[in-house]
Design a protein around this ligand. Structure first.
Ligand SMILES: *Cc1c(COP(=O)(O)O)cnc(C)c1O
Length: 422
């Protein structure tokens, strides 16, 4: 194992002081470099983002907002947060940005805190069909403190059933409607959601955690003109540090800021805020826009290639960075496919498909995404090979033969190294 060029003297100090953790960092770097990283919600962030994230800004308490803090000595971190806010507003054409949420779930909790009261009705996509835990799961605050109502995807097309969204909205008059999901490969029609929200006087919250990077790269339409509030993570396609962010209309700015702090969080992670500023600057460049477009081209090519192996993409394909695969034709469950992929060093996750006959812990599908392999430089030309490796793995019943697939995976990954070697 070798350390990357961007880990300098600090890493040597860590190796001296805590060799156990230093070895684990190297082992994880090695893992990210060698396999195929196909988890749709992951990416490989830049050394510049990592530098800001691992910085002395982590030391600073800055409860409050720039110019209105509860602690002294915030004049430097104020500038970092202002840069992050201004870059977010400019990149997304948003009237207001809050860059402090610690994660996507925290951003969503803040949106609930800003607009709803316990017991309120919230309409969101069914969890079994791609919705997130924070969209009304019984094991999450959203399902315990609120009254979730769930829309579904159509059985025939596997696209969101907008007629059902409208009918449920009219029947239940929810306080908030959530659009956006965690395992939905298609574009969401924000204009229809806006219309429905207006018809029933609901707040429209778009949970853009998965696809906001594609919006940032101008590769798909933006929810910002339509939504009252857009919540997202900064570490998925966007390729920033682990964290969350909220965009909103100016009229909701005060409520959102109060919801994030002091209602929901304490001090912000200023190192993360600075790292968010760094990624937002990256996102405004032509190379990032090319990246976002390539992520989609790769996903579409991968979906088509998987189909030729009898692995059916749910909804017939994808408009985004992710492909949901129905394994029923291949006679293997999602759980078993994930286990086989672990052996061949293809990292992905099992996933329920719409109207899945299997329980979630088994499931009939897998979810794959192209953010990481596209960051590594893979293009359409490599997607046929990636599809073949996935198909050879999920259909292989002999674990010993999966070792040979792992060697082919390693060979492909080595041609597109994740981080430069020292
Ligand atoms: C990933 C995700 C989240 C949660 O993000 P965390 O940073 O893991 O808390 C919320 N909503 C959706 C739709 C997501 O995909």
């Amino acid at each position: 194992m070798t350390s990357p060029t961007f880990w300098g003297p600090d890493f040597e100090a860590l190796e001296q002081q805590d060799p156990e953790i230093a070895q684990l960092l190297l082992a994880e770097l090695d893992r990210q470099r060698t396999g195929l990283q196909l988890i749709a919600s992951e990416n490989l962030t830049s050394p510049a983002v990592l530098a800001a994230f691992g910085s002395v800004l982590s030391n600073k308490y800055a409860e409050g907002y720039p110019g209105r803090r509860y602690y002294g000595g915030c004049e430097v971190v104020d500038r970092a947060e202002e840069l992050a806010i201004n870059r977010a507003k400019e990149l997304f054409g948003a009237e207001h940005a809050n860059v402090q949420p610690h994660s996507g779930a925290s951003a969503n909790l803040a949106a609930y805190a800003a607009f709803t009261k316990p017991g309120d009705k919230v309409l969101a996509l069914s969890l079994a069909q791609g919705g997130h835990l924070t969209h009304g799961s019984p094991v999450n605050f959203s399902g315990q403190w609120f009254n979730p109502i769930h829309y579904t995807v159509r059985k025939d097309t596997e696209f969101i059933d907008y007629d059902e969204v409208r009918a449920l909205a009219i029947e239940h008059r929810p306080r908030m409607i959530i659009a956006g999901a965690t395992a939905y490969p298609r574009l969401v029609d924000f204009a229809i959601f806006r219309e429905i929200a207006d018809e029933v006087g609901a707040i429209l919250m778009v949970d853009a955690a998965h696809f906001i990077g594609l919006v940032a790269g101008k590769a798909i339409p933006s929810p910002v003109p339509y939504a009252d509030v857009v919540c997202f993570t900064t570490h998925k396609v966007l390729r920033g540090p682990r964290g969350g962010m909220i965009l909103s209309k100016a009229e909701h700015a005060k409520e959102i800021d109060k919801a994030v702090f002091p209602k929901m969080q304490g001090g912000p992670l200023m190192n993360a805020v600075a790292a968010k500023a760094v990624v937002l600057k990256e996102c405004a460049t032509k190379p990032y826009q090319n990246y976002a477009a390539q992520v989609i081209k790769n996903a579409q090519t991968l979906a088509a290639e998987l189909n030729t192996h009898g692995l059916r993409p749910v909804s017939g394909g994808t408009d985004t960075h992710l492909v949901l695969i129905d394994l029923q034709g291949a006679g293997v469950t999602g759980k078993e496919a994930e286990r086989r992929c672990d052996i061949s060093k293809i990292t992905l996750n099992k996933n329920s498909i719409p109207y899945d006959p299997q329980p979630p812990m088994i499931s009939s599908g897998i979810r794959v995404g192209t953010p990481s392999i596209t960051t590594q430089g893979m293009q359409e030309a490599q997607m046929a090979e990636v599809a073949t490796l996935i198909a050879d793995t999920v259909k292989e019943t002999d674990d010993n033969k999966l070792k040979a697939v792992a060697a082919r995976v390693n060979e492909l990954a080595a041609k597109f190294p994740a981080y430069p070697r020292a």
